[in-house]
Design a protein around this ligand. Structure first.
Ligand code: PGA
Length: 252
């Protein structure tokens, strides 16, 4: 059984003081116990988040990016060991904003993801097509390549634990969500691709999240789809009330 996961990607929002306040507001609002919650604050907020969570067993946290080298002259980067020591369970690898603005490619994403695994951090590997690619009818073909290349450093034995996030670039921060049926079609397709890359058994264990304008109003229909195991939420994860409403989708 794949445990549902609701993850909040804060991007470059919230100072450490704001992060701490958010966590204090969020915890009492969480009603659903079947869901694993994860927050991805800016890295400098991680100690404040850890402090606020004080060992809470349901809410994990992670980093928005991670470097593949053990250490070295990489100004501005963070290593797996740094994240591990700060208590991170996860690291996002290859978010479309990293791919679009900071030069991440399938190759660097694959390096980040396999380094994370080697150091005991679970990668949340993002893939997604652009609007032009979708309109040209090439979404699935593009996604298959992105997925295959982004997981290329991961062995079948390591793969069951990874998390994939399908985030169509045209749906991120735009208010345009893929319909639940469209998201299911793509995510079902991605699970099929994972079965080809690893095995059917492993593919059945990998959690695949949907991301792109997820809100309290559309989460329940997304989660009702058989292959959608959770959500990676940007904008709606920044307010405790709306993030909690997404986490509590099943207790309505
Ligand atoms: P959004 O962002 O929910 O604001 O569309 C999602 C993401 O970028 O992970």
């Amino acid at each position: 059984m794949r445990k549902p996961m609701i993850a909040g990607n804060w991007k470059m929002y919230k100072t450490a003081a704001e992060a701490k306040k958010f966590i204090a507001e969020l915890l009492p609002l969480i009603k659903s116990e079947e869901v694993e919650v994860a927050v991805f604050p800016p890295a400098i907020d991680i100690p404040a988040v850890a402090d606020g969570l004080a060992g809470n067993g349901q809410v994990a946290y992670g980093a928005q990016n991670v470097h593949w080298a053990v250490e070295g002259a990489y100004t501005g980067e963070l290593s797996v060991a740094m994240l591990k020591e700060a208590g991170c369970r996860y690291a996002i690898c290859g978010h479309s904003e990293r791919r679009q603005y900071f030069g991440d490619t399938d190759e660097t994403v694959a390096h980040r993801a396999s380094a994370a695994i080697a150091g005991g951090i679970i990668p949340v590997i993002c893939v997604g097509e652009s609007l032009a690619q979708r309109e040209a009818g090439r979404a699935l073909e593009i996604l298959a390549v992105q997925l295959k290349n982004s997981v290329s450093g991961i062995s079948a034995a390591e793969a069951a634990n990874i998390v994939i996030a399908y985030e169509p670039v045209w749906a991120i921060g735009t208010g345009k969500t893929a319909t639940a049926a469209d998201a299911q079609d793509v995510i079902g397709f991605l699970r099929g691709e994972l079965a080809k890359i690893f095995s059917e058994d492993i593919a059945e264990q990998i959690r695949i999240l949907y991301g792109g304008s997820v809100k309290p109003g559309n989460i329940a229909e997304l989660m009702a789809e058989p292959d959608i195991d959770g959500a990676l939420v940007g904008g709606a994860s920044l307010e405790a009330a709306s993030f909690a409403a997404i986490i509590n989708y099943s207790s309505k």
